[in-house]
Design a protein around this ligand. Structure first.
Ligand code: ADP
Ligand code: ASP
Ligand code: MG
Length: 428
């Protein structure tokens, strides 16, 4: 008998039938003799709908109220899921983040879990119940307020519960069969992976592969939790995410664990580009600009500085950041226009970022040449380039992103023989 933590995402519990389907899977696990703790997301696109609603009421809603509002989404699904399990003759109890002891810091909208005190979860398990915990939410003991963990944060709830309860595995169920070599909605020939290294998964998640939430992967790697990504809609072996020192499950024993040169391709349409034009090419200007941007709360990703024009002694600096941070950054820069002495600002929110990730890049050459060759053959223009030890990213025009992902996926020999299946969800 094992203790299994399962997480079901919004697309798995989008309607009553979905909730009943998930209840059946949970009960099957229980029938197999295991203790089950479930983290559940809000139904379908509920979180987006609540955000849209708030935006109609207030342009910048108070963070405290927004968190209370958003946390309601997961309360609905957890209670309905417990009811569905009851109807099948099994005992289940649902708990909010506070009730399950999900202690976080006080950052509304992106709180971090600092402790889990699952007293009531243990009690319920001891009494033979299946436990359902609302994903994505916690509370801060200092402010006594409800917090949320950031979009996609139910994955983190599941991993943190798995760690706190010393679970045998943390299964994350969604509308795809596991982690693929690319988003199957973008690259139909993407292949499901049986196993992926935590480091590569982190890079893919950080660069747009939302199948697993970056903080959940980070938490799992740090605390030795094995993540098993699976489909709610089909039985299948899924994908294991293994960090250093984690023991592969028996079904993977003997499987080749070599480091692929390229594990996968990630795509991200969530970024914007700001270009600061005509910056005086003297020491200290980049520092001034990025101090202003940092103070606006924006999270800068890539940066490129042009060679300055000899005639003017001025240069252009471009950087990318999440679309949602762009307005604040532009406003902040505009306010300091005269002090910094640049000429103008250009904002482009029609960009796409393509990233190629693989641990084998450390020891293989020619990986970037393949990428540039594939894009050039397809006639796709590159606007920016950045690299890390195990990743190469390029910024392109947003309309080129999907096509670029497909040609690059082929160029690295990642294409599978059959078309990947997406079982549900709206991709929102
Ligand atoms: P959930 O609602 O269950 O949390 P998400 O929508 O957050 O599910 O994540 C699943 C989606 O992630 C898939 O439908 C797929 O479009 C997308 N995705 C992006 N990159 C990948 C990838 N490399 N492998 C699998 N799915 C991916
Ligand atoms: N419901 C939240 C969201 O849509 C959390 C999650 O689904 O993981 O972001
Ligand atoms: Mg998700």
């Amino acid at each position: 008998m094992a203790l299994i933590v399962q997480k079901y995402g919004g697309s798995s519990v989008a309607d009553a039938d979905g909730i009943k389907r998930v209840a059946k899977r949970i009960v099957e696990t229980r029938r197999a003799g295991h203790d089950v703790v479930v983290a559940v997301s809000a139904m379908g696109d509920t979180t987006d709908e609540l955000l849209d609603l708030a935006a109609q009421i207030a342009p910048i809603p108070a963070p405290r109220e927004l968190d209370i509002l958003l946390s309601a989404g997961e309360r609905i699904s957890m209670a309905l899921l417990a009811m569905a399990i009851h109807s099948m003759g099994y005992e289940a109890r649902s708990y909010t983040g506070i009730q399950a002891g999900m202690v976080t810091d006080s950052r509304h909208g992106s709180a971090r879990i600092v402790d889990v005190t699952p007293t009531r979860v243990h009690q319920a398990l001891d009494e033979g119940a299946i436990v359902i915990v609302a994903g994505f939410q916690g509370f801060n003991p200092d402010t006594q307020d409800v917090t949320t963990l950031g979009r996609g944060g139910s994955d983190t709830t599941a991993v943190a519960l798995a760690k706190a309860l010393d679970a045998d595995v943390c299964e994350i169920y969604s509308d795809v069969d596991g982690v693929f070599t690319a988003d199957p909605r973008v690259v139909p020939k993407a292949r499901k992976l049986d196993v992926i290294g935590a480091e590569e998964m982190l890079e893919l998640a950080a660069n747009g592969a939302k199948v697993l939430y970056i903080r959940a992967v980070e938490f799992a790697r740090r605390h030795g939790v094995i993540i098993h990504a699976r489909s709610t809609f089909a039985a299948g072996p899924g994908t294991y995410v293994l960090g250093p020192g984690m023991t592969p499950p028996p079904e993977l024993e003997g499987a080749a664990m070599e480091e692929p040169i390229v594990a996968g391709v990630a795509t991200d349409l969530g970024q914007a580009k700001i270009t600061v034009i005509g910056v005086p090419d003297v020491p200290g200007k980049a520092a001034e600009i990025f101090k202003i941007v940092a103070k606006s709360g924006a999270n800068v990703d890539m940066i490129v500085q042009n060679v300055s024009a000899a005639a003017t002694g001025r240069t252009d600096i471009s950087f990318t950041l999440p679309k949602s941070d762009a307005t604040a950054a532009l406003r902040a820069l505009d306010a300091e226009h005269a002090d910094v002495g640049f000429e103008s600002l250009v904002h482009d929110d029609q960009i796409g970022k393509l990233s190629v990730v693989g641990a084998g890049m450390r020891t293989h050459s020619g990986v970037s040449a393949t990428l540039f060759e594939a894009l050039s053959t397809a006639g796709i223009n590159i606007e920016m380039i950045s690299t890390s030890e195990i990743r190469i990213s390029v910024v392109l025009h947003g309309d080129d992103l999907a096509g670029a992902a497909r040609v690059v996926h082929s160029a690295y020999g990642l294409d599978g023989d059959i078309e990947a299946v997406v079982h549900a969800g709206t991709g929102r």
